[in-house]
Structures are given as C-alpha cells and as structure tokens.
Design a protein around this ligand. Sequence first.
Ligand code: FES
Length: 175
Amino acid sequence: MSWEEQNLNGACKGCPRAAKWRTDFPIEWEGDHYVSRREMVKFLTLGSVLLTGANWIAAVAGHLQHSNTYPEKMIGSVSELDRQRWLLFRYPTEEDPCIAVRSGEGKLVAYSQVCTHLSCAVIYDEGDNKLFCPCHNGSFNILQGEPIGGPPTRRLPRILIEQRGDQLLATGVEV
Ligand code: FES
C-alpha cells in the first residue's frame, strides 16, 4: 500500500503528514462500525416502541369507534314508508345517505345507500326485490344486504331501525 493510500484510509498513524481529518474525526474503523451497530440498535428499538405505540393507539381508537353509541334519529313514518315502499334518509350524519325499504316479504330493512364497490348510490328495485347499483349493475340481497350480482364483494352496512308508533327511528349502524 502506498503512503498516499495509507494516509487516505488512516492506516498511517505515525506519518508526520497524517491526514487532517484523522485529528478532526478520531474514530477508528472498529469504533466506527460499533457506533453504526449501536445506532442501528437504537433505531430498531425506537422503531419498535413507535410501532407498538401506534398499534396500541389504533386498537384503542377501533375499540372506541365500535363502542360508539349512535344517536337516535327520526327518519320518517311507517305510513309514508308503506305508501311508497322505500324512503331515503341520512344517518348517522348528514353526509351518510341511507335507504329504508319495506321488502317484498313485508320486512322493514335499512342500509347505507353507498355501494361497497365504488360508492355510487344504490336504489330499490321493486320488480326484483333487491337493491341495485346502476353504475356497474351491482345488486344486493334485500334481507341481508349481501352482494348477489355485479362487482361488489362486501355487504352494505345495515342501519338499525326502531318503530315507535308511526315513527321510524334510526338507532345504529351494523358494519
Ligand atoms: S359502484 Fe356500485 S357496482 Fe360499481
């Protein structure tokens, strides 16, 4: 190895003209690797702690969301629903369109109106007694909200409905 090479990689410790960087950064190669490993362990430990914390926060948030109590909201009347077979409402917020239907079997069911494929609005197809999405001909079973045709693969969230006298109230969402 020439003197210049030794001087550059720091091997020429006793050289009178040793590189200036050696005095500015006096870490040996072995020490340098040790520092890198230590930094790596620190990084991994910190990363693990952060990931654990993030998982814990997500779990708590999910739990809170599930235990979330939905508001009771008046959505219409039984007589109105029986007259027109279906009615539209928004629940739990004004941003969430829903549909309630008196099915061909005479059951009262309600679902989110947002198609689980690409979020078009589903409508009631009275002839076939199913919920239909006109965007890509998706369709859902009226009694369970399960997909029965077209591209959707997930069922529609069900809206829980209570009847009080002639009034219909939405009381929750079953995802
Ligand atoms: S958005 Fe409903 S089927 Fe595609």
